[in-house]
Design a protein around this ligand. Structure first.
Ligand SMILES: [Zn+2]
Length: 546
């Protein structure tokens, strides 16, 4: 049914019922004939919802429609609506104009074309950078060389980083500007490759910064358009709220600039601030929760350990891949204790990165000590990630002190090989646990860390516990689809102290909702990855339609 027809029908219904119900109240938007999953306390499912001034004013059966005269009526024709997804761990940024995306580049010839186009766009002399090429995906089946780049860009310095970030190919002009020639020694911990005759072939391993340091930093003005675009794109995934997992106090200014200008059509954001020392945090002047519905300051962030790319997550047991190796802390434990104390005392909420079980154990102990010495009502301190399941007593301590988790079930899907390679079986099976912390009474919200960012991957992995290969990891950690949806909507709002504002479809809440192509509560979980977002509604406005 077209929207016009459904509107006409609703108006007809209105006209017929006005006499019976009194004069209808105005509404901006009415959704009817749906399966609207409210994610309220009782997990109620209703047919209709009415919106006015950006907020939900009524939910219920189709009969509520007669009480409203709506500017726009959407007949859902039975489709499923859920609260807008809240991704509590993302990294969104802009791209400098000089940067090429090479992740889909299928040949050296295509790479040259991309470089030529960028030369034409920027003019001679400008640095050209890029990221994401991989020679095994090239038709030529060889590494790109300095000569390949010289052909495409004789008068622009070029440095293109390989996928993974451990090497780059650069051209002659880039070498020249960096003062590197065939007689230069290799830098510490890196290799500048040479061909059989001793000439530079263009590849730099590990130390591409020897050239990259010359690239002028991008200005905010330059990266802003792509930053706004990348934020806008989240709406097409049904994401109406995010937490940016860490920017500097200065970096927050750019978020303010962008949200001052475009905030009403961007996902609502809570921005974690990277701890920058007590003095700078005091000078920043704001605290967790400051801001408004569109943009606020989130928790303060610190890295307790690394991750599994290095790998450097700090674990209790040694790595399967490297006997004797347990990863490493990213910070001295005494310094960490000082930060925990200072941040807590200053009134910040803390949301710290901890991936390995030893890192989790350490930071939970420090949070608990601080909370025991200086209790604070409703602090909502949390851990980002929680990848390696810690001993049960650690989860009990978290429950006792109300320490929350923002978990990424999609890691189970995309990073399974890293867990299989580095963790012993029991830990690999329980990677990114969901059920066990919940069974211990720990509050868990779900997020993506953009690996990838689409919520359907997180829901799929939370429900199936499957990796990309199809292997199942710790089925006892699986959630019902209802619990997973709860984690991706309602629980996210709680993490940022906004549970009275959003996260469910209830009267009084912000009208952030998503229309899905299928009923995620009843379809075969195997098909979750194919579910599409049809419409995204932000504050009562349709901001995305497929
Ligand atoms: Zn992250």
């Amino acid at each position: 049914m077209t929207k016009n027809r459904s509107r006409a029908l609703a108006c007809l219904a209105l006209t017929a019922l006005v006499a019976a119900c009194g004069s209808p109240e105005p509404a901006d938007l009415v959704l009817l004939n749906g399966k609207i999953v409210t994610v309220d306390e009782a997990f109620s499912i209703v047919e209709a919802v009415a919106v006015r001034d950006g907020r939900i004013v009524a939910v219920g059966g189709n009969e509520i429609v007669s009480a409203y005269e709506a500017g726009r009526v959407i007949d859902l024709q039975g489709r499923t609506v859920v609260p807008g997804f809240n991704d509590t761990h993302t990294h969104i940024s802009g791209t400098p104009q000089r940067e090429l995306d090479l992740t889909e580049t299928m040949s050296i010839g295509q790479m040259q074309e991309q470089v030529r186009a960028k030369v034409a766009e920027l003019g001679e002399g400008e640095w050209i950078t890029g990221y994401g090429w991989a020679e095994d995906q090239f038709a030529e089946q060889r590494m790109p060389t300095r000569a390949d780049l010289d052909e495409a860009a004789p008068a622009n310095p070029v440095t293109l980083t390989r996928a993974g970030g451990h090497s780059a190919v650069v051209n002659s002009l880039a070498f020249e500007l960096a003062g590197i020639d065939r007689n230069s020694p290799d830098p510490a911990r890196g290799i500048i490759e040479r061909d059989a005759s001793g000439e530079l072939n263009g590849i730099i391993r590990e130390r591409q910064d020897t050239v990259g340091r010359l690239v002028p930093p991008a200005t905010r003005e330059e990266t802003r358009p792509s930053f706004v675009q990348n934020l806008t794109d989240l709406l097409s995934l049904g994401i109406t709220s995010i937490t940016q997992a860490g920017v500097s106090p200065r970096g927050y200014e750019e978020w303010q600039t962008v949200y001052d200008e475009h905030g009403d059509v961007l996902p609502r954001a809570s921005v974690q601030i990277n701890w920058a020392g007590r003095e700078r945090m005091e000078a920043f002047g704001m605290r967790s929760g400051d801001g408004h519905e569109q943009l606020r300051v989130g928790a303060v962030k610190v890295f307790v350990d690394g991750g599994f790319t290095g790998p450097s997550a700090y674990t209790i047991d040694e790595y399967k891949s490297e006997p004797g190796f347990r990863g490493a802390l990213d910070i001295d434990p005494d310094d960490l204790r000082t930060i925990v104390h200072d941040a807590h005392e200053m009134g910040w909420q803390m949301g710290f990165h901890a991936i390995g079980d030893a890192a989790i154990q350490l930071i939970v102990g420090q949070f608990a000590d601080e909370l025991t010495a200086n209790p604070r009502e409703d602090h909502r301190h949390y851990l980002n990630h929680f990848t390696v399941r810690p001993p049960p007593e650690v989860m009990d301590l978290m429950a006792e002190h109300d320490i929350l988790i923002t978990q990424q079930p999609n890691f189970t899907y995309t990073l399974e090989q890293r867990y299989v390679e580095n963790l012993h079986e029991e830990h690999a099976a329980h990677n990114n646990p969901l059920r066990s912390p919940m069974d211990h009474g720990v509050f868990v919200a779900i997020s993506s860390d953009i690996l990838p960012i689409g919520p359907m991957v997180g829901l799929y992995a939370a429900v199936t516990r499957k990796g990309q290969s199809g292997a199942v990891y710790g089925p006892d950690e699986a959630l019902s689809i209802e619990k997973a949806l709860n984690g991706y909507t309602r629980n996210g709002a709680y993490v940022t102290f906004e549970e009275d504002l959003k996260g469910t479809i209830e009267p009084g809440k912000l009208a952030d909702m998503v229309v899905l192509s299928e009923d995620i509560l009843t379809i075969d979980p195997e098909r979750l990855l194919d579910v599409e977002v049809e419409t995204t509604i932000l504050g009562g406005r349709v901001v995305y339609e497929r």
